[in-house]
Design a binder for this molecule. Structure first.
Ligand code: KDG
Ligand code: MG
Length: 402
């Protein structure tokens, strides 16, 4: 029987900070897992190096479920982003190994295709409404069928979610940038520009919007109601996601579909949201919610309650996560949509073989495993370079909800 012989924790910053796990078996098969927790990368690297790696050496790599249970239940401390990201990385690496050993792409191990491709949404944004409209036009021309739209709120410095320059990268400063926020200004402005997107481009594509956890439940209810004519595919993270009950109030007031979960890490964090049908899309993702093994459990629960999937896919989720996400997305019955921002050319030099984007859909690799290779030489050219997301402050200087 092959055993786990080596587990490496690799840190590199090719335009973004990534932590990657590489598991090697005694018969020389390697598997990759993403362990990136944006802004807290080294906490996960230490959790892995100091606490998990010693437990894994000599274990049977084929026992994926048992390893998941052992790492999760054996720690005594449960849930939370650091724990769940570390376990996810090991879990995904073991699925990659199992695929390579079987000579099959991971999605085949998950039951095979339920659909031809994975519908993705891209990010259009602008410092002004005109810039946003130009960006939407550009993405439409590229064949995207679903577009997230965000515009800078006039008078507020550095609105979050809006690109500066050609590439949108939310974490770009060595210390957190401090940005201004006014709920009143946002609520007065955002429904108007979403309406302008529909006026100019019509209803022949899916339109999404991310509120970035910035509203209270009653404000979110008002926002959702005010954009009902725009027929959003979803309003994302209307309120901070850790208060599951808050969504009950929003739900009572609006038919605008709701998505949340990108910062949530376990089935218990979304249990009320799903079983009470308080949301329409669950945004938990492979890397931050315990890997393929645990994410499938969340998605199966969601399927029972008419909740569809809509996994997070920003630049801080490495191409290893993209490959694993596509394997899950293409196989589950209740897939909804997948976020896709893509990465810098430097990132693709380190992670080779990312899923192909064709006609607004991601397609899984047909290589055994996940189909991603980690290039050590390229990674060595990009030493760790911490970058943080901004912090939002209200106009009176106090820290706002993120
Ligand atoms: O690093 C944080 C990003 O992943 C997050 O801000 C992106 O909200 C986000 C999204 O929906 O992609
Ligand atoms: Mg978001």
């Amino acid at each position: 029987m092959a055993t786990i012989e080596r587990v490496e924790v690799l840190v590199t910053s090719p335009g973004r900070n990534f932590v990657t796990v590489r598991v090697t078996t005694s018969d020389g098969v390697t598997g990759l897992g993403d362990a990136t927790l944006n802004g807290r990368e080294l906490a996960v690297a230490s959790y892995l190096r100091d606490h998990l790696v010693p437990l894994l050496i000599g274990r049977d790599p084929a026992r994926i479920e048992d390893t998941w249970q052992y790492l999760y239940k054996g720690a005594y401390w449960r849930r939370g982003p650091v724990t769940m990201t570390a376990i996810a990385a090991i879990d995904v690496a073991l699925w990659d190994i199992k695929g390579k050993q079987a000579g099959l792409p991971v999605y085949q191990l998950l039951g095979g295709r339920s659909r031809d491709g994975v519908l993705v949404y891209c990010h259009a944004s602008g410092g002004s409404v005109d810039e946003l409209l130009d960006d939407v036009a550009a993405y439409t021309e590229k064949g995207f069928k679903a577009i997230r739209a965000q515009a800078a709120v006039p008078g507020l410095s550095g609105s979050y979610g809006v690109r500066k320059g050609t590439f949108y990268e939310p974490a770009s400063t060595a210390l957190p940038d401090e940005q201004a926020w006014s709920t009143e200004a946002y609520l007065d402005f955002a429904p108007g520009y979403l309406g302008k997107v529909r006026e100019k481009f019509g209803f022949g594509f899916h339109l999404l919007h991310d509120v970035h956890h910035r509203l209270t439940p009653i404000e979110a209810a008002r926002f959702g109601r005010s954009v009902e004519d725009v027929r959003l595919f979803w309003m994302e993270d209307p309120t901070p996601a850790e208060n599951q009950e808050a969504f009950r109030l929003i739900r009572q007031h609006t038919t605008t579909p709701i998505a949340t979960g990108e910062v949530l890490n376990s089935i218990w964090d979304v249990q009320t949201l799903i079983t009470e049908q308080l949301i329409d899309y669950v945004r938990t993702t492979v890397v931050h919610a315990g890997g393929i093994t645990h994410l499938r459990r969340i998605f199966d629960l969601a399927a029972l309650y008419h909740v569809r999937t809509g996994s997070h896919g920003a630049t801080d989720l490495s191409p290893v996560t993209t490959a694993a996400a596509v394997a899950v997305d293409i196989s589950v019955p209740n897939f909804g949509i997948q976020e896709h921002m893509g990465h810098t050319p430097e990132t693709y030099e380190v992670f080779r073989g990312t899923p192909r984007l064709e006609d607004g859909m991601l397609l899984p690799s047909e290589e055994p495993g996940l189909g991603i290779e980690y290039d050590d030489e390229a990674a060595a050219r990009f030493p760790y370079d911490p970058k943080y997301l901004p912090v939002a402050r209200r106009l009176d200087g106090s820290v706002h909800d993120w």
